[in-house]
Design a protein around this ligand. Structure first.
Ligand code: FMN
Length: 328
């Protein structure tokens, strides 16, 4: 049973929230993890490869798989495929992806232009899913904010909860566009639990957003890429860092990548290393070096060297300062 009170969710981030990353974050106490967005079309037509994206690590519970799509028959078949997979607790419908190749076909945020279809697809998932829960993740609108219309539509949706990212598709990821008032407005007008999302990057911000919106929880995406321990900090109401050594965390994540993807995991891990070295002295030289390497042993050695010897941070990044004190 999910208790919809101060829930902490890891946001789905295509290209990042794969099984290795989610299991690292799970270690910091996040309640619900979500797969990367999986196209319903890809699930139905290139099943085997795509299903790997839906795999979960044993610690992930509850675990949510997010699908995109707007074609009823394809969505239905995709749900039937997911029904055959063990350990999925939630099927989530993506109603927010702004990417033209998704939205221009009426998928992702494209569904916000046709709320009747959005309701139909969300309910189709609920009716066909064998998972205990279904959910949907929306933005505030496509070109303009339509919180009233969205709240009205959500009254007809049978999903168990909704995540609201406080921006429209047109807002992209512009920091100043985030609108927690609109999230609060939707929360007041829908019967289902609501999780607030967007620009949450600290303990204070999480508390502020929970209070301001009255949401049942928060979902965090980008801040978790550089600071996967943010969930531990929120849970424990502290700026302290859990007693881990950054070098070990990075190596653990890297090893999980190789385990899950084989050797190509080494190249895929470059983006994570870019995030983990953010704020460290010599980060850009290290990134250039890493970008030229693909050998697992060599990369392991360089990670060890960098995080053992490079204790300095050049940005005001208090978490890393604390963390590095522990490694010295
Ligand atoms: C690189 C990247 C990939 C994303 N992929 C997805 C996705 O697959 N599904 C989805 O619903 N949202 C996706 N999002 C949106 C995030 O889930 C989240 O709503 C947004 O980043 C705002 O939260 P944040 O400020 O905590 O990052 C993505 C965002 C980024 C930056």
């Amino acid at each position: 049973m999910i208790e919809f009170k101060n829930l902490l969710m890891l946001a789905p981030l295509a290209g990042y929230t794969d099984l290795p990353f989610r299991s690292v974050v799970k270690g910091f106490g996040v309640d619900i993890t979500v797969s990367e967005m999986i196209s319903s079309h890809a699930l139905v037509y290139s099943n085997k490869r795509t299903l790997k994206m839906a795999e979960k690590s044993p610690q992930e519970q509850p675990y949510s798989v997010q699908i995109s799509g707007s074609k009823e028959e394809v969505i239905k078949q995709a749900v039937e495929i997911l029904n055959t997979q063990k350990g999925i607790d939630i099927i989530d419908l993506n109603c927010g992806c702004p990417a033209p190749k998704v939205a221009n076909h009426g998928n992702g945020s494209g569904l916000l232009k046709d709320l009747n279809l959005l309701v139909k697809i969300a309910n189709l998932i609920k009716e066909n899913a064998k998972t205990p829960y279904t959910s949907l993740k929306v933005r505030l609108g496509f070109d303009k904010k339509i919180p009233n219309e969205i709240a009205q539509a959500l009254k007809d949706v049978k999903s168990d909860f909704v995540v609201v990212h406080g921006r429209t598709r047109a807002d992209g990821y512009k920091k100043e566009k985030i609108d927690y008032d609109a999230i609060a407005h939707i929360k007041q007008n829908v019967p289902m639990p609501l999780i607030a999302n967007g620009e949450i990057d600290s303990v204070e911000k999480a508390q502020k957003v929970l209070e301001h919106t009255g949401a049942n929880g928060v979902m965090i995406g980008r801040a978790a890429i550089t600071s996967p321990w943010i969930f531990w900090q929120i849970r424990n109401n502290t700026h302290e860092i859990p007693p881990i050594v950054k070098k070990e965390l990075v190596l653990e994540h890297f090893n999980k990548m190789i385990e899950f993807y084989g050797e190509r995991g080494a190249i895929m891990f470059r983006k994570n290393l870019h995030a983990y070295t953010k704020g460290h002295e010599g980060a850009s030289e290290f990134r250039n070096l890493i970008n030229s390497l693909s050998d697992v042993k060599q990369i392991t050695q360089h990670i060890e060297n960098f995080f053992s010897h490079n204790q300095m941070v050049t940005h005001n990044f208090p978490q890393l300062v604390h963390l590095n004190k522990r490694t010295s």
